[in-house]
Design a protein around this ligand. Structure first.
Ligand code: NI
Ligand code: MN
Length: 228
C-alpha cells in the first residue's frame, strides 16, 4: 500500500505526500518563518487551489515555477495561471480528474473568488482528493455553511475533512461542527483560524464539540505530519 501523509503548513495550506507525488493545497506559507518546508528538496508534483484569494493562491507562482508542478484549479483560475506561463489544468464542478496520486473532484464552496490581478476567478471551490490507498480527503476551501455538505457526505463520504472554523470570511467553529456531521467524516482538521484577529476561534472548544459527536478532531500544529 502507498505510504501517505499530511503536513500542516498553517492557515489553509497542506502538503500531502503519497507515493511519488507531493501535493500542495492552497500554498500560502513562504512569508511565515514558523513553517519548515524545504522547497528545494521536497517533491511537489501538484498544486491544488481552491480559489484566487491571496491567503490561498499564495505562493503558487514561485513554487510552480521552481518545481514545474501541475496546478489544478477551477477553469478561470487555471486560465490565469496558464497566462502566467504555468502548467495548469482547468476543471469544472464535480467532474473526476484522474491524477498520478489518485483523483480529485472540485466541489462547491459558498464563497467568492477574486484573482490576484482583481479579475473574477470563476466559482470558488472545495476539493475532494482520493488517494490510491482509497483514503478520501476533503478540503473545504473558504466556505460558509451550506447544505452542499450533505450531498458531499452522502455521495463521497470523506475520511478526513479540513474545515475552516475562523468565521468572518467563512463559517465559524459552531457551524463547522454541523458541517462535519453532514460530511460524515470521522476525522476533522480545523483550518483558517487564528491567523488574523478577525478569524479567532476557540479550538479547544471545537475539539470537544467534535468529540461529542463521536468524531476525532486533529487540530494540527504547524509542521505537524500525520499518516493518512
Ligand atoms: Ni477566500
Ligand atoms: Mn481565506
Amino acid at each position: 500500500m502507498t505510504e501517505s501523509s499530511i503536513k500542516y503548513l498553517g492557515h489553509s495550506a497542506f502538503y500531502i505526500k503519497s507515493g511519488d507525488c507531493g501535493i500542495l493545497i492552497d500554498p500560502w506559507f513562504m512569508h511565515n518563518p514558523e513553517v519548515k518546508f524545504d522547497l528545494e528538496n521536497e517533491v511537489v508534483t501538484h498544486i491544488l487551489i481552491t480559489h484566487g484569494h491571496g491567503d490561498h493562491f499564495g505562493d503558487t507562482v514561485p513554487i510552480a515555477k521552481a518545481k514545474n508542478a501541475t496546478i489544478i484549479a477551477i477553469f478561470e483560475t487555471a486560465l490565469f495561471c496558464q497566462k502566467l506561463g504555468l502548467n495548469a489544468i482547468g476543471v469544472g464542478m464535480s467532474g473526476e480528474i484522474k491524477t498520478d496520486f489518485g483523483s480529485v473532484r472540485f466541489l462547491p464552496a459558498y464563497h467568492t473568488n477574486t484573482l490576484p490581478n482583481g479579475e473574477y476567478g470563476g466559482i470558488a471551490s472545495s476539493i475532494l482528493i482520493e488517494l490510491k490507498n482509497g483514503k478520501k480527503i476533503y478540503h473545504a476551501g473558504d466556505t460558509g455553511l451550506t447544505m452542499e455538505f450533505q450531498l458531499i457526505g452522502d455521495l463521497y463520504n470523506p475520511d478526513i475533512a479540513m474545515l475552516p472554523i475562523g468565521g468572518h470570511f467563512t463559517m465559524d467553529a459552531k457551524e463547522a461542527v454541523l458541517a462535519s456531521e453532514m460530511l460524515r467524516a470521522e476525522k476533522v482538521i480545523p483550518m483558517h483560524y487564528n491567523t488574523f484577529d478577525t478569524i479567532k476561534a476557540d479550538v479547544e472548544q471545537f475539539k470537544m464539540d467534535i468529540s461529542a459527536r463521536g468524531k476525532y478532531c486533529a487540530a494540527m500544529t504547524i509542521n505537524q505530519v500525520i499518516p493518512v
